[in-house]
Design a protein around this ligand. Sequence first.
Ligand SMILES: [Zn+2]
Length: 332
Amino acid sequence: MKYNCNIIKDLLPSYTDNICSDESKKIIEEHFEECPSCLKLSEIMKDDSIENSLNKEKEDVLSKHNRHVKRKTYTIGIITSVILILPVIVCLICNLAIGHALDWFFIVLTSMLLTASFIVVPLIAESKKLLWTILCSTVSLILLLLTCCIYAGGSWFFIAASSCIFGISVIFAPYIIRNIPFQKSITRHRNIIVFLWDSIWLYAILITCGLYGHYDILYWQMSFVISTYVLTGILLIISIITYAKTVKPVKAGLTIMIAGLWTGLANNAIHLLMPSIKCNGIENIDLSKGFSTIITDNAIFNANVYFTIIVTSFITGIILIGIGFILKHKNR
Ligand SMILES: [Zn+2]
């Protein structure tokens, strides 16, 4: 061999890119006749460079297409906004001409804002389209309720607003919280943050309803004690799911046991927390009557139902915890 393989290998990149001198090209091709390994290496390098340029071209075409689609949707978004602004302007003129004051104009304006939140925001939002749509539509909905309430002279705004926010939160708060870039130390507690946020709005509904209906002390006691009792159970379950460092069947078992216990003891716990209340369909249940098989009155029937709930949940829970421990043992 006239030339060492290493020298040829050094020249190969410029050869495959077709930028070497004719002399080098000649030397390399002469070497190929004698050395199949260098020839093979050159073919591999050629394939690679073809693949790379194909990939680059593909990416170029895709990004061009994406830019084109983005521009188009953005234009459609702007056109839709203009179309939605037209009735607002017409209403502004009519409202001023007829009433000399702006009243129902604001209802039209906020209605159009709500429509725009669902149509325009997804079109023009650069990223996190769903997040922006939820936030904008919620704000628009609250504004629409406010304007309707003011125009109609009602005092129901806070009930309507808190109920709407509670309903939207129950469905979308987990998604929204997941999309907010919290610090890692806070991210760990996301489930609890969502739960607390939803609870605040539940209490807000209770308070606004109580104030709107001018209810007596019984309403406030019952609504707050019952809600707090239920929420404490849910908080316990969420804490186990989020923080307990154990296998899933054990978590499921504990969760079922707590849910059963909380349901089974609900009446008794509420009685204990509100000893003054003796009516309203909440009876203190004598769970020991749950053993009786002959049902002679309502109290024994209720005791049977609640007793069965507790026993069933405990049996299911213990089975699941057992399965969990067996799985944990096997995995070791
Ligand atoms: Zn060689």
